[in-house]
Design a protein around this ligand. Structure first.
Ligand SMILES: O=C(O)CCC(=O)C(=O)O
Length: 314
């Protein structure tokens, strides 16, 4: 008689796997993050080459599985699944349906916004057509005006004026009447308010990454977002702060200047009303408005979100 145990059904195999993972401490409390590593010495070229080599090898390995690479779309994503599959691994995801029922989705037209906020004074980013570095030199472009006039300026398109997350600290009281039109995303986020973006067709945010994890919540209109994993950084001429000299990976003129960016690994998403896009810390992104658009960026996740501490800004 054979001594071999009978083969296990698939479920039992799963259970064994889970037990094994527990034994190697999978269920233990997370270890505190180690201190930020010292920045690389600028002359440590070999170390940088080795790091880039590993990033390429790992990206090729991820490409073996559609579950491990690519941009997934999810519906009915629980907070726990979001944490384990996306937030903790630092992987973007497009979440559909989570904003269903938010009154803003029906209400936020340019006319409604202008009527609701009226002549309250707001801060926005202006005069952007004058200088290509309008994101890097944010402070130089801060302007003030009546909200109604701002809407009149952006409703017909152009990249000259944009109300951005950077202006949100100054705009809290003026924009407060819009709060009642927003719902909550309790599975992923605390009740900390989001930061509002309002702009017209053709508005463009150049390629950069953020020092926090961000949840983008599209309310009105459409935005085309290009996402590029951190593994591609060496192709993106990363010099000033969190910006890429390439600026726009769809612009032939820029690609002619930075040809290494032509074959960068990238994902493209069209954000439509009611979509959430999770953009993990360090993921490059550029955004183009394809119509008048309003969106909120949230950073108040239920889990730590403090990557900016210790960033070697240069
Ligand atoms: O929507 C935009 O123009 C830019 C959004 C963005 O970069 C962000 O929220 O991190």
């Amino acid at each position: 008689m054979s001594k071999r145990p009978p083969s296990l059904p698939a479920q039992a195999h799963d259970m064994r796997m889970q037990m094994a993972l527990r034994q190697i401490d999978f269920g233990a409390a997370p270890r505190p993050a180690t201190a930020a590593p010292k920045p690389q010495a600028p002359d440590d070229a070999l170390a940088l080459k080795r790091r880039d080599w590993l990033a390429d090898v790992q990206e090729r390995q991820r490409a073996l599985s559609p579950y491990a690479s690519g941009l997934l779309t999810a519906e009915h994503l629980s907070g726990e699944d979001f944490l384990h599959s996306f937030y903790a691994p630092g992987r973007p995801v497009l979440i559909k349906g989570a904003m269903a029922g938010w009154p803003a989705l029906d209400l936020w037209t340019p006319d409604y916004l202008a009527e609701t906020v009226g002549d309250a004074m707001i801060e926005f980013q202006g005069d952007r057509s004058r200088a290509a570095d309008y994101e890097l030199a944010k402070d130089r472009h801060k302007m003030r005006g009546r909200f109604r006039d701002f809407i009149a300026m952006v409703r017909h398109g152009g990249n000259n004026a944009y109300l951005t997350a950077y202006n949100s600290a100054a705009n809290g009281p003026a924009l407060a009447p819009l709060q009642a039109d927003l719902g909550h995303l309790n599975a992923y986020l605390t009740r900390a308010p989001g930061m509002l973006w309002i702009g017209g067709e053709g508005t463009f945010t150049p390629l950069h990454f953020d020092l926090t994890n961000n949840m983008l919540a599209q309310v009105t209109g459409t935005k085309r977002v290009i996402l590029i994993p951190p593994s591609q950084t060496r192709r993106l001429a990363h010099k000033a702060h969190v910006f890429s000299e390439v600026r726009d990976v769809t612009d032939e003129a820029r690609l002619a200047l930075y040809p290494q960016a032509r074959d960068v690994l990238r994902y493209e998403v069209l954000l439509t009303p009611g979509d959430l896009l999770f953009v993990p810390i360090g993921w490059w992104h550029q955004v183009r408005l394809e119509s008048f658009a309003t969106m909120l960026t949230y950073t108040g996740f239920h889990w730590p979100n403090v990557g900016y501490e210790g960033y070697p800004a240069g």
